[in-house]
Design a binder for this molecule. Structure first.
Ligand SMILES: [Fe+2]
Length: 157
């Protein structure tokens, strides 16, 4: 059925493209957070193990929110692992034992990349008058910025 939410088709499609890439990256992140949750080793085991669980639970909620926003603006979300791996820019990690410090360093780099993408996405959605997608991405941005601060604090010697 025809969509009429006051946004031009071209704009909706461009915003959906941004959101689909974000959705793909969230899936890579979700898997990677589990990988590290399982493979963390060393003296920070308990701390990192439970923190990662808290983060991936948040990522799961975000995945659903982003996919449903894409549908709301009249576009199909990417919905297979094949598409996610094609669209994602974050890299997966091998299943090997890893220390907490190395995990947080990698996640800080991933969050930094997501923050950059979100800032660009906010600008694109804003340009097309899609304030709800802007709001969604600002919420995520706030979360990644705050967690990045915590990661930096953790990494301070
Ligand atoms: Fe677990």
């Amino acid at each position: 059925m025809e969509i009429n939410i006051g946004l031009e088709k071209e704009g909706r499609e461009e915003v959906a493209k941004v959101l689909n890439k974000y959705l793909a990256n969230l899936h890579v992140l979700y898997t990677k957070l589990h990988n590290y949750h399982w493979n963390v080793e060393g003296k920070n085991f308990f701390q990192i193990h439970s923190k990662l669980e808290e983060i991936y639970d948040g990522t799961a909620g975000e995945i659903d929110e982003v996919a449903e926003r894409i549908l709301t603006i009249g576009v199909r979300p990417a919905a297979s692992m094949k598409e996610y791996l094609e669209l994602a820019t974050l890299e997966e990690a091998e299943s090997v034992g890893i220390q907490g410090k190395a995990i947080i360093e990698t996640l800080l780099a991933d969050f930094t990349a997501l923050i950059k993408d979100l800032r660009e996405g906010i600008e694109i959605a804003g340009k097309h008058g899609d304030e709800v997608s802007v709001d969604l991405m600002i919420g995520s941005l706030e979360n990644y910025e705050k967690t990045s601060w915590m990661f930096r604090a953790f990494l301070t010697e």
